[in-house]
Ligand binder design. Structure first.
Ligand SMILES: *[C@@H]1O[C@H](CO)[C@@H](O)[C@H](O)[C@H]1NC(C)=O
Ligand SMILES: *[C@@H]1O[C@H](CO)[C@@H](O)[C@H](O)[C@H]1NC(C)=O
Ligand SMILES: *[C@@H]1O[C@H](CO)[C@@H](O)[C@H](O)[C@H]1NC(C)=O
Ligand SMILES: *[C@@H]1O[C@H](CO)[C@@H](O)[C@H](O)[C@H]1NC(C)=O
Ligand SMILES: *[C@@H]1O[C@H](CO)[C@@H](O)[C@H](O)[C@H]1NC(C)=O
Ligand SMILES: *[C@@H]1O[C@H](CO)[C@@H](O)[C@H](O)[C@H]1NC(C)=O
Ligand SMILES: *[C@@H]1O[C@H](CO)[C@@H](O)[C@H](O)[C@H]1NC(C)=O
Ligand SMILES: *[C@@H]1O[C@H](CO)[C@@H](O)[C@H](O)[C@H]1NC(C)=O
Ligand SMILES: *[C@@H]1O[C@H](CO)[C@@H](O)[C@H](O)[C@H]1NC(C)=O
Ligand SMILES: *[C@@H]1O[C@H](CO)[C@@H](O)[C@H](O)[C@H]1NC(C)=O
Length: 852
């Protein structure tokens, strides 16, 4: 019965598409590139050229009836904007307004709309609710750019549509303010209208093997466009159509990430025909994700991606394949599932492409109906053993998901639901100057966001970096990622559920790198949690010194069972630390989860925290060179977090108690409980609850709740002054201007009296060149605006240079000192090598982690 309804519905859609169908498409005619494109910076007054060389022209020429419109300039430029053009200017419409373009009736056109819902002098873009129609199709309805970006934690969004050829040759693009909202208006920052040869063919309907979807005649919205197993491909590197291809890692479902690979230089990858060129650039085909080398493992899992979509629409799922590792038929044969239904039972890429290095793509259509909770689309691959292939494996190179217009010629879905992001006004104030980890506890939103960023993203992001080591440009320009709705496993948000999945997570996630301890081992090692072994207490719980395997000293962090936020941090740390290995990061050895206990086992850091060596009167003071060494080490660890990994990881709680020292005084950054993967994923900031420690908090982060890696730079600047001045970041009892070290240091720099606040115990040791360079560097870290602060890599280089200045004037003596001997050689070495070489990434030993 239900089936019949669905079938009828399909036919209705197919019919609606056939009605719209434009015949006489010549698929081999590639002169689309000769047809005119329109690239408009709305509200701009003159032509302007974007950084990557793209030219944008003002929109006035194409605007019909402009009396109800106004242009405006955004009041602030979000650092995550890929370019000022077209985002910093906007066109506003108080009533229905139209753009008119003369287009070729031969071609489909990409319509891209750019929105930057910031504040504009005369308009508050959060009040804008509007619809957009084009060529008789509703592209957006009751659309709020402001709500959408908030839900996606983006600063701007791009909406892309593939408009069917317009027979009349006139494309009308109409903006209509919503009538149901008082004083509503419409706005847009940029419009692109780009001709494209027909790249869509009829596609089989998943689950209805005898039916085809006539996609050629449907207008579509691009929902997702991913370069599977590869990097973000910016519009300038697309094969001519300004598309952006995003990384797939955030969409991978579950812990099984498979392995990524890149085509060998010797393998020639070439399009089989001209049309193929428009389908996707070769960069998409030269990287892939496959299941892994172990058949036993592969047989037991599905390589799955999950996407959030709007229900009651039909979707076209386009899979891009290119086999560049194998060359024979029946070597790698797999089934393709879409929403748990078989889309294709026996995919064999070599058979499809008739050879190695030949790109092919396959389209499947699926209708997704239901209530708003069913808004998920899954794509899964699984080896098909029936045909006895040589390898039990599967591969995918690229994936696009398009939404097809419905029977009402509509493409608009509801606005996404933003998470209720509340500004929590400094819960740190309640215990303002506490030395313990004054993190915000038990705030649902914090943990939800944390879970999203911490898990949805980290899962995705940390794993692939192990497979391939790539640098990510820190600058905003390359981070113009596709605004996307990330998959997030909310199940980790509550304590009950995480308890039940916890142990399986250890084994499935970190298990390969992270040893699983029994509670008995831990109890034995800590003398049954003997209080005399406690070496620290934090928000998470107590930290004990213990021994494993009879003699190896370890630090054992035991979650306080009543600490709600511990669950999140526990899992974050396992995820993060078990994947990250660096000389200047504390290594996680293993974990124990038994009887509700959550325990992490780390390398023991014989010399404790940096803080206790700075102004604890019971310990001998560190000399200046040692301090510099430690700062450089910590900077190196942070730099690695920010850039050494494929994705930026923001520590969020950089402070002297989180910089630990081992028996050789090597600095190691610790405590990733608050860490978040940062900007380069999809945005240049992570919108989030203010967390961190008082005295170290980035003022911009606090003002805007926008987290960037520069927030860590700020905190590190405070650490540098703490090291120089030998005083805590906050001393509440001092006169007002001296309470905060950050403020006090800047005041003294301005007054040129910094020398007066230097730790008297080291004052005589610092050469003036070194001091000058060091304080300049530290001072820049404290700049109010994050964009003015240097990157961690730059801070590191300047610190190394400071050390060089110090050593130069100290003469050769320095080299002969035993302790510094090692360090000096090490630094000389490091300055010659690129910093990245130093950031050794631990090779994953897991079964499906190793193939390259
Ligand atoms: C392609 O289309 C153009 C019109 O836009 C036409 O002049 C040309 O002859 C066509 N080329 C081919 C190969 O069909
Ligand atoms: C576009 O708008 C014009 C009026 O400016 C109208 O005459 C024309 O029919 C419209 N075209 C379409 C395809 O809606
Ligand atoms: C705004 O909406 C309210 C009811 O929601 C209505 O009473 C009022 O007249 C509206 N104002 C304008 C200016 O339309
Ligand atoms: C884009 O292409 C250029 C030239 O081929 C290349 O140098 C650059 O690395 C590419 N950028 C990305 C992000 O792939
Ligand atoms: C594959 O994985 C299974 C289960 O984890 C393991 O028992 C087996 O030894 C592995 N095989 C190879 C060849 O690594
Ligand atoms: C597909 O199966 C998984 C479990 O294997 C289930 O959680 C999910 O809801 C199913 N998806 C659909 C669309 O039926
Ligand atoms: C893979 O997905 C298919 C379709 O949802 C399902 O039938 C099958 O049980 C899954 N296999 C595994 C190992 O999860
Ligand atoms: C494998 O291929 C066979 C033959 O086409 C098919 O009958 C079977 O359902 C496929 N297996 C899976 C898991 O899809
Ligand atoms: C999808 O369509 C069904 C049947 O027409 C309807 O019951 C359901 O409410 C719709 N879902 C949404 C989210 O509109
Ligand atoms: C328009 O969108 C807003 C925000 O998502 C929603 O609250 C409202 O109900 C929508 N209005 C209509 C008429 O759909």
């Amino acid at each position: 019965m239900e089936c019949n309804i669905i079938t009828v519905f399909f036919w209705a859609i197919i019919y609606s598409c056939i009605v719209n169908r434009v015949h006489s498409q010549d698929n081999t005619n590639n002169s689309a590139s000769n047809a005119q494109s329109f690239v408009l910076a709305c509200g701009a007054s003159s032509d302007a050229t974007e950084e990557n060389g793209r030219k944008w022209i003002p929109d006035t020429k194409y605007l019909i009836s402009s009396e109800n419109s106004a242009s405006a300039i955004a009041q602030s430029q979000d650092p995550s904007l890929p370019s000022t053009i077209p985002y910093m200017t906007a066109r506003f419409f108080k009533s229905e307004s139209m753009y008119k373009f003369f287009v070729s009736p031969m071609f489909r056109y990409w319509i891209r709309l750019h929105f930057y819902p910031s504040s504009y002098v005369v308009f508050d873009s959060s009040k804008a609710f509007f619809s957009v129609t084009a060529g008789g199709f509703t592209l957006l309805d009751n659309f709020s750019a402001s709500i959408t970006v908030e839900a996606l934690t983006q600063a701007y969004i791009i909406r892309e549509f593939a408009m069917i050829p317009i027979k009349s040759g006139t494309l009308n693009l109409t903006f209509t303010p919503s009538s149901t909202h008082n004083d509503s208006f419409a706005f847009v920052n940029g419009i692109e209208i780009i001709p494209v040869p027909e790249i869509f063919q009829p596609a089989p309907m998943v689950g209805f093997s005898d039916q085809q979807m006539e996609t050629e005649s449907c207008t579509m919205q691009t929902m997702f466009r991913l370069n599977i197993g590869g990097n973000h491909i910016p519009p300038s590197n697309d094969s001519g159509y300004g598309r952006t291809w995003y990384d797939d890692a955030p969409y991978i479902y579950g812990a099984a990430m498979g392995v990524t690979s890149e085509a060998d230089k010797n393998v020639r990858i070439a399009h089989s025909s001209d049309v193929e060129k428009y389908i996707a650039p070769l960069d998409v085909y030269s990287t892939a994700r496959s299941m892994g080398p172990n058949s036993t493992v592969n047989i037991n899992y599905n390589l799955t991606w999950e996407f959030q979509i709007d229900v009651n629409f039909t979707y076209l799922v386009r899979l891009h394949f290119c086999e560049y590792q194998l060359s024979k038929v029946n070597q790698r044969v797999f089934a393709i599932f879409i929403n748990n239904q078989t889309a294709f039972p026996e995919a064999d890429v070599i058979a499809w492409g008739e050879g190695k290095g030949v790109p092919v793509h396959k389209d499947y259509a699926i209708h997704i109906n239901g209530e708003s909770g069913d808004d998920r689309l899954w794509v899964a691959l699984h080896p098909n053993v029936t045909s006895k292939p040589e390898f039990y494996d599967a591969i995918l190179n690229g994936l696009e998901i398009f939404k097809l217009n419905d029977i009402m010629q509509n493409l608009a879905g509801p606005n996404p639901m933003p998470l209720p992001l509340k500004l929590e006004t400094m819960s740190t104030q309640r215990q303002p100057f506490s030395q313990s980890k004054s993190k915000n506890h038990g705030i649902i939103i914090g943990s939800v966001l944390g879970v999203i960023a911490g898990f949805g993203l980290m899962f995705g992001f940390i794993m692939p970096l192990i497979c391939r080591k790539r640098r990510v440009d820190l600058g905003g320009s390359s981070t113009s990622r596709w605004p996307s709705i990330y998959r997030y496993s909310l199940s980790f948000g509550t304590r009950t559920s995480s308890k039940t999945i916890g142990s399986s997570r250890i084994s499935s996630m970190g298990g390969h790198l992270c040893r699983h301890f029994t509670l008995a081992e831990i109890k034995l090692g800590t003398d049954n949690f003997n209080e005399t072994n406690v070496i620290g207490v934090g928000g998470f719980g107590k930290v004990y010194k213990g021994y494993i395997d009879g003699s190896a000293a370890v630090a054992i962090k035991r979650a306080n069972p009543s600490s709600e936020q511990g669950v999140h941090e526990f899992e974050t740390e396992i995820d993060l630390l078990s994947k990250l290995r660096h000389r200047h990061l504390v290594s996680l050895i293993g974990a124990c989860e038994e009887n509700d206990e959550m325990i992490l086992v780390y390398d023991y850091m014989a010399n404790g925290t940096l803080r206790e060596h700075l102004y604890n009167k019971n310990k001998p003071p560190l000399c200046w060179k040692q301090r510099l060494d430690i700062c450089i080490g910590a900077a190196r660890g942070l730099h690695y977090l920010h850039t050494g990994a494929k994705y930026t990881i923001i520590h969020r709680d950089v402070k002297t108690t989180n910089i630990l020292l081992d028996e050789r005084w090597v600095a190691k950054v610790s405590d990733f409980g608050l860490s978040k993967t940062g900007p380069s994923l999809d945005q240049t900031h992570v919108s989030t609850m203010v967390k961190g420690s008082f005295g170290y908090l980035d003022p911009e982060y606090f003002r805007r709740q926008r987290l960037t890696e520069k927030s860590d730079v700020y905190s590190f600047g405070v650490v540098l002054f703490e090291v120089l001045c030998g005083r805590p970041a906050i001393i509440p009892t001092l006169p007002k201007d001296q309470v905060s070290l950050a403020d006090w240091a800047l005041i003294n720099i301005r007054r040129k009296t910094l020398e007066e606040i230097i730790d008297p115990r080291i004052k005589g040791q610092i050469t003036s060149d070194c001091l000058k360079h060091f304080t300049e560097t530290a001072g820049k870290c404290l700049f109010d605006c994050s964009i003015d602060r240097p990157s961690m890599g730059s801070v590191l280089r300047h610190l190394e240079y400071s050390l060089q200045l110090q050593l130069d004037s100290d003469g050769a003596m320095a080299v002969s000192k035993q302790e510094t001997d090692f360090n000096y050689a090490y630094y000389m070495h490091a300055t010659l090598l690129s910093i990245q070489e130093e950031g050794e990434i631990y090779e994953e030993s897991e079964e499906h982690g190793a193939r390259r």
